[in-house]
Ligand binder design. Sequence first.
Ligand SMILES: Cc1cc2nc3c(=O)[nH]c(=O)nc-3n(C[C@H](O)[C@H](O)[C@H](O)COP(=O)(O)OP(=O)(O)OC[C@H]3O[C@@H](n4cnc5c(N)ncnc54)[C@H](O)[C@@H]3O)c2cc1C
Length: 375
Amino acid sequence: MAKVLIVGGGFGGVVAAESLARKLEREHQIVLVSRSRKFLFYPALVRLAFGRGEPDDVSFDLREAMLDRRITFHEGEIARIAPAKRHVTIARGEFTGQMHYDYLVFALGRRMATERIAGFFEYAHHTLDLDGAFKFGEALRTFQHGHILLGYCPGARLPVPLFETAFALSRLIEGRNEADRSAITIVSHETPEEMFGDAAVGKALNEAMASRGIEFVSDFPITRITPHSVIADDGREMNCDLSMVIPPFSGQGAVLHSRITDAEGYLPVDANMRVTGVERMYAVGDCVSLPGPKMGHMAVQQAEIAAENIAAEIAGRAVSAVYDHDLTLVLETDGKDSIYLHKDLRTDDPAKIKQGRFWAWAKRGHEQYWMRRHA
Ligand SMILES: Cc1cc2nc3c(=O)[nH]c(=O)nc-3n(C[C@H](O)[C@H](O)[C@H](O)COP(=O)(O)OP(=O)(O)OC[C@H]3O[C@@H](n4cnc5c(N)ncnc54)[C@H](O)[C@@H]3O)c2cc1C
């Protein structure tokens, strides 16, 4: 009998657990440990901030969802992992102490490294968790008109909500007849092309922004945030009446002591999703060290590959499932030019891009399908 422990109940952890439950004989144990028993569908948070939808529509109870699938769920905080001894330390929650495993799937996501940006914690809005999305939503309700600044910090790896927020803001201001007295500016150290690694996406985004009067300022590496401005590393200051900033990301604290991460704290993996140089440890999702944006669909694909290979190892077969590092996304523009993008991140081939209102509907349809399957 083997015990597979999955840490982290996000896209990566949930799909790894479900996939293992389908592949493994019943004698094997599957345990999922996560900080909270709520799964949250993060891509819906921008919509929630703009008052479209309720938290209950985009979250479900992990314990109930996992029980149906014969997976044991524990609510707990992973403090550290000891790959050589094959155990994790759980600091708080229903179970505390060391939990042993035969195979580990590390799926704790990434951390917001807000300490790298002075003033972020005190003054910046963001939409990267439920609390942040609510507070930004409150600020939007009281905001009348003025300059809105959206920032993308060096080390941020998630451009989709940045642009979706800009387009939703433009629609909001227009709807309130405040467009003449308001302006939206995005500041970043990178151009849209650099953020997505593709010229055609950059062009499509620049056109969509220009058609709505959204200004984009690149070469602006944010280092500091004040109540009414955002400051670049060379001292340039841009004033604003409201700001929303995507902070730098880094790997999770639970592995930082372990000497198996890269300089940013992410876990290097091979093509089979095995953590480099560590036996019986797989990593999936935002926590892995791979180039490009960090996206939920990648976590899902990586989790399927990890589950397939763990099942093979347990059965005494060679691991053979290989992960293809592709980028697929839909960026909602609140208009008829929503962008669908597919790009193979291992080559320099240009992305396949499609535009139209259909893609925003398709994104909502995907969200509803995911929630119906679990809630
Ligand atoms: C606003 C927003 C919009 C997005 N839009 C898109 C989109 O359009 N398309 C797309 O593909 N992706 C999108 N993403 C990205 C996507 O949500 C992430 O890539 C995805 O959630 C990563 O999944 P994961 O399982 O690796 O990590 P997460 O979803 O972050 O899950 C990690 C889990 O681990 C738990 N955890 C963390 N630390 C600990 C600990 N120490 N102990 C115990 N548990 C812990 C967390 O509570 C969480 O349950 C968006 C994200 C945001 C925030």
